[in-house]
Design a protein. Structure first.
Length: 327
């Protein structure tokens, strides 16, 4: 199939166009179905977080600290800086006897508008704890402390913590991940570039694994979807609309991965221009086209299938729509 084309339609005229590539891999058949080139390479960014959180789950360190599945869900998160997100991240730091200075991720405004407004009203600037990756960072710090690894350099590629993550990733890819191109993500952690096909296969294998630590990560994410992102995010809404039947995780620069533990498929999408706004229409279109959504699920995602664009008066003036390629 062709690339998915998402237009910003204003009064019947396409104003902007985004192209989206995607691939769905099925465990049972071993086959894949693609929108565009499944070999397209992208940095995995935050869509990799469930795999980075897996060594934490294997270690049991969060349980030993008296922390529940919420902390594990936040370890996989690109959270929105809401009060509960920050509270959980701080609780992990408190259990470790560390403060926010231990985090290497830089501060940015919360993605949640209400959370950002509360900081403004209080006359405060955002801290590192408000970074959308802080839940991941505090979990990795917990793993470093539990193993006696250096805390101040936990993000550096040559440190034991990052070696552990690469060993984990290599097992899921079935190849030495050192062969991949690596760079540094927005939060300061290493991130690899791999094909959409590799991402989809890894997600399919991850979601269908019967290993207890893997099941714990999947369960934490699908049980607490708004901790994995926020109530307005596509990932949270996919998990809610499917009652946890589908796992979903976004990444920067228009990367989005999904998997179905029960149905045995994994998927990866990439917006070619790096935008995030066309992901909803593209993902819902692809899942609907391939009949991967159950009756009622697509309807519950209708607002993401055709997001409206409003002006400053609150009037709907445009919409993001998928243009049928005729196939």
């Amino acid at each position: 199939m062709n690339l998915i084309r998402v237009d910003l339609d204003r009064a019947g005229t396409p104003e902007s166009t985004h192209l989206v590539a995607g691939v769905v891999h099925e465990i049972a058949s071993g086959g894949s179905r693609s929108f565009g080139d499944s070999r397209l390479t992208a940095f995995w960014r935050s869509s990799m977080k469930p795999f980075q959180a897996l060594p934490v789950a294997r270690s049991g360190v969060l349980e030993r600290l008296g922390l529940g599945t919420e902390a594990l869900a936040l370890a996989c998160a690109s959270h929105h800086g809401m009060r509960r997100h920050v509270e959980i991240a701080r609780s992990v730091l408190g259990a470790l006897g560390l403060d926010e200075a231990a985090l290497v991720c830089g501060p940015h405004r919360p993605f949640d508008p209400d959370a950002a407004s509360r900081l403004d009203r209080a006359g405060r600037l955002p801290d590192r704890i408000h970074n959308n990756c802080s839940g991941q960072h505090v979990a990795l710090l917990a793993l470093a402390v539990a193993n006696g690894w250096p805390v101040e350099s936990y993000h550096e590629p040559d440190q034991p913590l990052q070696h552990a993550i690469r060993r984990e990733l290599s097992a899921w890819l079935g190849a030495d991940c050192e062969r991949l191109p690596w760079s540094i993500d927005g939060c300061g952690l290493p991130t690899p570039a791999l094909s959409l096909s590799e991402m989809a296969r890894a997600y399919a294998a991850f979601a269908t694994s019967r290993e207890s630590p893997v099941r714990a990560v999947v369960r934490a994410m699908t049980t607490h979807p708004t901790l994995v992102s926020g109530p307005t995010a596509l990932s949270a809404n996919v998990m809610q609309a499917t009652s946890g039947r589908v796992l979903a995780k976004e990444g920067a620069e228009g990367v989005f991965c999904l998997a179905s533990p029960a149905s045995g498929w994994g998927a990866a999408f990439k917006v070619l221009d790096g935008a995030t706004r066309p992901l909803g229409p593209a993902v819902v279109h692809a899942l609907s086209t391939l009949v991967l959504l159950e009756p009622g699920e697509a309807e519950r995602l209708r607002a993401f299938a055709r997001p409206s664009i409003s002006n400053t008066r609150g009037e709907e003036v445009a919409a993001l729509v998928v243009e049928d390629d005729g196939e």
